[in-house]
Design a protein around this ligand. Sequence first.
Ligand SMILES: *Cc1c(COP(=O)(O)O)cnc(C)c1O
Length: 372
Amino acid sequence: MSNVPFLDLKRLNMAVAEPLAEAFLRTLNSGWYILGREVEEFESEFANYSEAKYCLGVANGLDAIELLLRAYDIGPGDEVIVPSNTYVATWLAVTHVGATPVPVEPDPLTHNINPLLVEAAITKNTKAILPVHLYGQPADMDPLMEIAKRHGLIVVDDAAQAQGARYKGRRVGSLAHATATSFYPGKNLGALGDGGAILTDDPKIAEKVKCIRNYGSAVKYVNDVIGKNSRLDELQAAFLRVKLRDLDEWNVRREKIAQQYNQAFADLPLILPQTPEWAESVWHLYVIQCNDREALQKSLSSRGIGTLIHYPIPPHRQKCYETLSHYKLPIAEKLAQSVLSLPMSPLMTESEVETVIAAVREALLEGNTLRA
Ligand SMILES: *Cc1c(COP(=O)(O)O)cnc(C)c1O
């Protein structure tokens, strides 16, 4: 029985080992390692790719969200609407600026924030909506932008999992007032370490983030605001320029694997990911819902198939958010108990995809311990 890991990052990066090594040597040889030519070039290339006017590299995805919230002057006393079903970093960014995350439940089939539930969560303190394009699938942005407009709110989207995704033909990165993303190694566009970026068409916001990421200093040794040190490294930017060239091709390959899974599992007692016709997902993750998730995961593990759970505990159930544990969020809680992410990587071989498919079918159809 051949093993299929959940994600083979080494294989992904070794596939571009030569251009990565060239990028390393070019940066080494430049003698300039912070905020230089590589970051500038990457920012321009990624802005162009994302159909946004401005891109600024920052240290990681969490900082990207935080810096945008700060640039919009969101802070203590303010509320920011967030999905109940997301990676905790989305909420942490809100907490870091001193504002309060206010959760809204997702559509259980798309996993993304349900725009129909957003308006009820708006109060006089609400300043922004922070949707997440979870698992690579764009959230339903038009109604969110419309609600924001009506209530005078900002929309900052968390695109950490969705580089290259499209919504009604438009790229993620061009949909909200500003976008935050992450280049954590496992993301669709992953660095060889930490990295992140913001995207926006608003020159004032771009200027502010540029200042905050570098000690609050637009002019060297002149500090206008209490800034941070949150910069994308030259080296990571050089690596990202290499990886960006393959991103579209790799996203197409992810889509193909997702379609193979969708077809192969259509008759099984599982809830498969649903993609609205306006969404072009980039399949950061392929996430199924299964009633007896633990048994399925165990059974797949015994067949050599790696799986993960994104995410086992929703943010409002985390100890760090004890103060928000009063929220009743049954959809997020149900998803946390039933979701399972199957292997998904652009460089999975055809035979690995078939191995996963066979294992899932066997586990569900033959496994007499499992009744989904
Ligand atoms: C990865 C991720 C982040 C955080 O990115 P880092 O670069 O790890 O700080 C934020 N939001 C979501 C949805 C993510 O998946």
